[in-house]
Design a protein around this ligand. Structure first.
Ligand code: NAD
Length: 302
C-alpha cells in the first residue's frame, strides 16, 4: 500500500498535486531544484527537501518540464534508479517524449522499480482540486497498486497501453487542442467579420458538431474574458507540439496537417514569447477581426 509519496517538480502542476495528495492523507514530501518552489510548498505545512536530501518513499510523482529532466532525476540528481527503495513506483505526470519514456521505463524495471507514465490534463485548477484527467501507460498490476494515489488526483483515469502509451496519447491530445485553438479562432473571426458577435458565434458552435473543449472551455474562460490566465504556457504547448512532430516523423508520418500546426505555433508574427498563456495564440486573428468590426462601425452613418 502506498503511504508515502515524494512529488518532484513543484511548479504550476506539481504544487497542486502535492497539496491534493496531502489533503487526501498521504505523507507527502515535495522537492524541486528551485528553492522558492520548495518554500512555497513548505508554507502550506507540507514537508520539503532538496533533491539531494530526499527521505525514501513508496512512490515518486514527477511533474517536470519534459523527459530530459525526468532522465536527470532518475539517473543523476537525486538519482532515483540508485536511491529509491526496491519496488517503489515512479509515476511520471510530465508531458514527455514517448520514445524516451519507453527507454526510461526499461531502466526503471532493471533497477527493480515500477514505472507508469500518467500525463494529465485539467491544468493547475484540476491539480489543486483533484479533478485531473489522466492517461496511463504501463503494466496493469502497477496501475492497480498506484490507483488509490491516482484517484486522489484525477476524476478520470484512462489506461491506454504499455509504458510510453500515455505520453503518445497525450501528445495526440495536445496536437488536437493546439489545432482547435487555431481553427476555432479562425471560425470566430470569420463570423465576426460577417457581423456576428463572437459570443453568439460560440453559442452556435457549441450547439453543433464543430464544438470542442476549446470552444466550450477555453474561449469563454480564458479568451473572450480577456483573462489569459490558464497556467499553461506557449512554451509548454510548443514543446508538446515539437514532441508530437518528432513522434510522427519517427513513425514515417511526416507531411500531415500536424507539420502546419507546429509551424503556426512557432510563427514569430504572433509576437508571443514562451512565458505567455497558450490561449494567446488566438489573439492575432481575433484582434484583426475586432479592428475590422470597429472600422465598419466608424464608417457606418450615425
Ligand atoms: P512548471 O514550469 O510550472 O514547473 C516545473 C517545475 O519543475 C519547476 O518548479 C522547476 O523548477 C522544476 N524542475 C525543473 N527541473 C527539475 C529537476 N531536474 N529536478 C527538480 N525539479 C525540477 O511546469 P508545469 O506547468 O507545472 O508543468 C509540468 C508538466 O506538466 C509539463 O510537462 C507540462 O507539459 C505538463 N502539463 C502542464 C499543464 C499546465 O496547465 N500547466 C497541464 C497539463 C500538463
Amino acid at each position: 500500500m502506498i503511504k508515502t509519496v515524494t512529488v518532484i517538480g513543484l511548479g504550476n502542476m506539481g504544487r497542486g498535486m502535492a497539496m491534493t495528495l496531502h489533503r487526501a492523507g498521504f505523507a507527502v514530501q515535495g522537492s524541486d531544484i528551485a528553492t522558492e518552489a520548495r518554500e512555497r510548498l513548505a508554507a502550506e505545512g507540507i514537508a520539503t527537501a532538496a533533491p539531494e536530501a530526499l527521505a525514501p518513499s513508496d512512490a515518486y510523482l514527477l511533474s517536470l518540464p519534459t523527459s530530459a529532466q525526468v532522465r536527470e532525476v532518475l539517473e543523476r540528481c537525486p538519482g532515483l534508479l540508485e536511491r529509491a527503495p526496491a519496488g517503489s513506483l515512479i509515476i511520471d505526470t510530465s508531458t514527455g517524449d514517448p520514445a524516451e519514456s519507453r527507454q526510461l521505463a526499461a531502466k526503471v524495471a532493471e533497477a527493480g522499480l515500477a514505472w507508469l507514465d500518467t500525463p494529465v490534463s485539467g491544468g493547475p485548477s484540476g491539480a489543486h482540486s483533484g479533478q485531473l484527467g489522466m492517461l496511463v501507460g504501463g503494466e496493469t498490476a502497477d496501475l492497480e497498486r498506484a490507483r488509490p494515489l491516482l484517484e486522489a488526483m484525477a476524476a478520470r483515469i484512462t489506461h491506454v497501453g504499455a509504458a510510453g502509451s500515455g505520453h503518445v496519447v497525450k501528445l495526440a491530445n495536445n496536437y488536437l487542442c493546439a489545432a482547435h485553438l487555431l481553427t476555432t479562432a479562425e471560425a470566430v473571426a470569420m463570423a465576426q467579420r460577417a457581423g456576428v458577435d463572437p459570443e453568439a458565434c460560440l453559442n452556435g458552435l457549441n450547439s453543433g458538431s464543430g464544438r470542442s473543449a476549446v470552444s466550450e472551455v477555453n474561449f469563454p474562460r480564458w479568451i473572450l474574458s480577456g483573462g489569459f490566465d490558464s497556467g499553461f504556457t506557449m512554451g509548454l504547448m510548443r514543446k508538446d507540439l515539437r514532441l508530437a512532430q518528432q513522434a510522427a516523423r519517427d513513425l514515417d508520418l511526416s507531411g500531415g496537417l500536424l507539420e502546419q500546426v507546429v509551424e503556426a505555433w512557432h510563427d514569430e508574427r504572433h509576437g508571443l514569447d514562451d512565458a505567455e498563456d497558450f490561449n494567446r495564440i488566438t489573439a492575432r486573428l481575433l484582434e484583426a477581426a475586432d479592428r475590422h468590426a470597429a472600422s465598419l462601425e466608424e464608417e457606418s452613418p450615425a
